[in-house]
Ligand binder design. Structure first.
Ligand code: ACO
Length: 381
């Protein structure tokens, strides 16, 4: 007779509500819609700080002094260039590739070509700085390559946000555009144990290296239920066409049990505070560009989805409309997310190294037991 294997009674699908570890970095209050990095409210950081300042906060656990911030900005600016073979690799990968596949490949390749005597120790804040500085260059190099343009020269005089915009569009952009990008980078920099950060920590918990951990994270961020949703939001805006069609299109999607991209969240039960801030930036850049179409359509979608389904917007709803207005191609939205989240990923990996415990949950076995082995020659289909 078959015996039932011992198994934990309850399965928390998707690890929902499971507290897997202690972290000092980010606090999400899903009921009140608050997000804190090291205790600082995201709204204050989005109002007053820069991405570089937030990255320092995540890595060192405290806000920098003016001198510490200047030093970090300079170090990041000096670490932007790719090793020559890595640049060449980007130029030889298929131009029609998904940019997240390019990013995943190039992030994993970078340490192989770093001259060890000049590069910071990889499993340290030095490695975090290197990856954070280099990712915009990787994205920009691929964008130039597929547009049949030669690579851009380094611009160490530009801030992280301005450099990212410059690498992608070939233009510095206005101060308003650069600030919109900077705020978006701040808002995406960390979000507790989201899927990609968890993936990074799982990899790090085996004592694997920082670059392998971030490679895992990039692959995880690629999925449309995580980083890819803002691109789908733009497709929905196209499908809707004009504001007066928003209600009909959204209701039809809901009737077909389709998910409306940019809505819902595992942790937030109210509006995601990042969505609130990006909604305002979507309006500001739209007004400055004289085009509020995406903003107006999304406002209507928010109204319909809330009325029909009681769901609130998440960070992905308005980020795409901000990026599109800044002239960024849609398939680079998720790589931009990575260019910001790398600060949080690396902070979490370093935290994992400091308090390491192999992450290895268990599964409840629901398959057969005590099967009789039939030799290959005797098996039938
Ligand atoms: N549109 C329509 N219905 C939704 C949506 C949505 N966007 N989100 C959740 N629901 C519904 C589900 O259908 C389900 O309804 P049911 O109980 O009637 O079956 C209920 O709400 C609960 O949904 P779950 O999938 O159990 O919630 P979960 O916590 O797993 O989902 C997720 C979170 C994956 C983000 C989900 O809300 C979703 O798919 N949203 C759309 C994709 C998206 O915007 N992703 C970006 C997330 S933010 C980020 O990663 C940066």
């Amino acid at each position: 007779m078959a015996s039932t294997p011992d198994a934990p009674a309850e399965v928390q699908r998707g690890l929902q509500d499971i507290v897997a570890l202690e972290s000092h970095i980010t606090f999400i209050d899903g009921k009140r819609g608050r997000l804190l990095y090291e205790g600082y409210d995201i709204r204050d950081l989005a109002e007053h700080s820069t991405f570089e300042e937030v990255a320092y906060l995540l890595w060192y656990g405290r806000l920098p002094t003016a001198e510490q911030l200047r030093d970090l900005e300079q170090r990041l600016a000096q670490l932007r260039a790719l090793p020559e073979p890595v640049g060449r690799l980007i130029d030889t990968l298929p131009a029609e590739s998904n940019p997240m596949d390019i990013l995943r490949t190039v992030v994993s390749t970078l340490p192989m070509f770093e001259p060890s005597e000049t590069q910071p120790s990889p499993n340290s804040i030095g490695g975090a700085l290197r990856l954070t500085a280099a990712i915009p260059t990787m994205i920009g190099r691929f964008q130039r390559r597929r547009s049949q343009l030669s690579p851009l020269k380094e611009r160490p005089d530009l801030s992280h946000a301005k450099n990212l915009l410059y690498q992608i569009t070939g233009r510095e952009g206005s101060d308003l555009d650069a600030r919109a990008m900077d705020v978006s980078l701040i808002l995406h920099a960390d979000h507790e144990l989201n899927a990609s950060t968890f993936a990074a920590r799982v990899t790090a918990s085996t004592l694997s290296d920082l670059y392998s951990s971030i490679t895992s994270a990039v692959g995880t961020l690629k999925g449309p239920l995580h980083g890819g949703a803002n691109e789908r939001v733009m497709e929905m805006i196209d499908e809707i066409g004009t504001v007066d069609r928003a209600e009909e299109v959204v209701k039809a999607k809901l009737a077909r049990h389709e998910r409306i991209m940019g809505f819902g969240h595992r942790v937030y039960k109210v509006e995601d505070p990042r969505a609130t801030i990006l909604r305002e930036w979507s309006r500001r850049v739209g007004e400055s560009a004289g085009n509020l179409h995406a903003y107006d359509v999304l406002q209507k979608v928010v109204e319909v989805v809330h009325r029909e389904k009681g769901l609130y917007p998440n960070v992905d709803l308005f980020s795409g409309s901000v990026y599109a207005t800044l002239g960024i191609p849609r398939d680079l939205f998720t790589p931009i997310f990575a260019a910001s989240r790398v600060a949080g990923w690396t902070a979490h990996v370093l935290e994992e190294y400091r308090d390491l415990r192999l992450i290895r949950p268990t599964a409840r076995y629901v398959g057969p037991v005590d099967q009789t082995y039939v030799p290959l020659a005797e098996r039938t289909a």
